[in-house]
Design a protein around this ligand. Structure first.
Ligand code: FAD
Length: 416
């Protein structure tokens, strides 16, 4: 089988790029060894940031500068006015709320205006506040950043691209054929005792945390850093709510919501709390999360809610010690492009850049003849990864006491 480009890794970066390449007439395939979006994309809070979060210190960081174009691109794709048409994706909200816990009441609004962000926070009158922010002191702002369901986004790409998405075995499903020059000339793929070799002119590595391993397998030094997060989740009779609680120049907590199958709602709690949670046990983080929620959302009753946590790494290109990359990163070595989008919101940017590099650096142009992918027609299409709350084995109450699997509290005191 011959392809122009093989993409390894079906998170948002690989999927959006595959879509872009196919639309430009490039013969591209994507390999996935677990499930689409497994790792970062499915865990993402799904916020299409417009830059405010990255400019709270009062300077227009590279991230804020580049990301301010992203919400419009996504908005057009999500409404079907631009390719890829993602209009089947569930948009959980067209805006986020922004509120503060310190007396810096007008800082967010001022900064947005000063920094010329496309999306600026709007001060909303008290009677338009959502009920959950009823007792919050200070101003409440509305920020027109969309929040989407990552699972539904991954499903949209799966339906658009299924013939070009190939499931491979988790271990040894991908074997790279590396030439003396360091270029990859072919990839042998395996799944359930089937095998196929695909020759290719370029390879994109978009395997998130596994980019390091793939780099080593292709004989290069890896240049990746991991940023661990300990995310808390809370479920129950909660309202759908998306917002950032800002404390000085920090995001104290970012809350995003998703519907559960039983009609209840689950919140993901990110931001500073997820960074501080590293090194804490689940029970400690849950107690911390409950205290934080009490302080930042005084109207919220925690008594019937259930909590769980999970650990996850953000994979980024290595930058100076202690620093974080601001923008999407692509590393070129021979015919290999390794990429870290840095944020979900940057996926369109990654795809556009890879498509241009493929054309410019490797001379890969649109084909005039149809591409016969019949030899792969029986190959399994990967599923979409399960969201983190459906993988949580233990749920706890707000005091960090474990609840039974059925979700109800046991009537017995825990043995000491
Ligand atoms: C908790 C959390 C919240 C976030 N919230 C936001 C947010 O609100 N907004 C935002 O813009 N960004 C957010 N991000 C960042 C964003 O999720 C990531 O930047 C983005 O999803 C990374 O996508 P990716 O495609 O590079 O990697 P991933 O999503 O990690 O995908 C990698 C894929 O490669 C596959 N793979 C791995 N190894 C192999 C192999 N050997 N062969 C084949 N396939 C392989 C994996 O199974 C996986 O499907 C968040 C990140 C986290 C962790």
């Amino acid at each position: 089988m011959e392809a122009d480009v093989v993409i390894i890794g079906g998170g948002i970066a690989g999927l959006w790029t595959l879509d872009e390449l196919l639309r430009h007439g490039v013969r591209a395939l994507l390999l996935e060894n677990r499930a689409l979006g497994f790792g970062q994309t499915i865990s993402s809070q799904g916020i299409i940031h417009g830059g405010l979060k990255y400019s709270l210190k009062g300077v227009l960081t590279a991230s804020a500068d580049e990301i301010r174009e992203m919400p419009l691109v996504w908005r057009e794709c999500l409404s079907g006015q631009r390719e890829p048409n993602l209009s089947k994706t569930d948009v959980r909200s067209h805006c986020c709320y922004l509120w503060q816990t310190r007396a810096l009441s007008s800082q967010a609004g001022m900064l947005g205006a000063q920094l010329n962000l496309r999306i600026k926070p709007k001060n909303i009158p008290d009677h338009h506040r959502p009920e959950i922010l009823r007792d919050t002191p200070g101003h409440v702002y509305q920020l027109d950043e969309q929040v989407l369901s990552p699972r539904s986004l991954l499903n949209s790409f799966r339906s658009r691209l299924s013939p070009y998405l190939l499931q491979v075995d988790e271990t040894d499903g991908v074997q790279l054929q590396v030439e003396k020059t360091g270029a990859i000339s072919a990839i042998t793929i395996r799944h359930d005792n089937r095998e196929e070799t695909i020759t290719c002119r370029a390879v994109m590595m978009s395997a998130g945390v596994s980019n390091a391993l793939l780099s080593e397998q292709s004989g290069r030094k890896q240049s990746m850093q991991l940023r661990p997060l300990h995310m808390a989740m809370v479920k129950g009779p909660l309202p759908m709510f998306q917002g950032h609680c800002i404390d000085g120049a920090k995001t104290r907590m970012t809350i995003t919501s998703e519907y559960l199958e039983d009609g209840e709602t689950v919140w993901q709690l990110g931001g500073n709390i997820a960074e501080q949670g590293i090194g804490q046990t689940s029970e400690d983080l849950i107690r911390f999360a409950a205290r934080e929620l009490n302080q930042i959302l005084p109207a919220l009753d925690l008594s019937n809610l259930e909590f769980a946590t999970y650990l996850i790494d953000r994979a980024e290109r290595k930058v100076k010690l202690g620093m974080r990359p601001d923008t999407p990163q692509i590393l070129k070595h021979k015919n290999i492009l390794t990429c870290w989008p840095t944020k979900l919101a940057f996926a369109p940017r990654v795809a556009e850049r890879i498509q241009k590099l493929i054309q410019k650096e490797f001379g890969i142009e649109k084909h005039s003849e149809e591409w016969d992918i019949a030899p792969l027609s029986e190959w399994k299409t990967p599923d979409v990864a399960a969201p983190p709350w459906s993988r949580a084995e233990v749920w706890y109450d707000a005091q960090g006491q474990s609840l039974s699997a059925s979700g109800t509290q046991t009537p017995f005191k825990q043995a000491s």
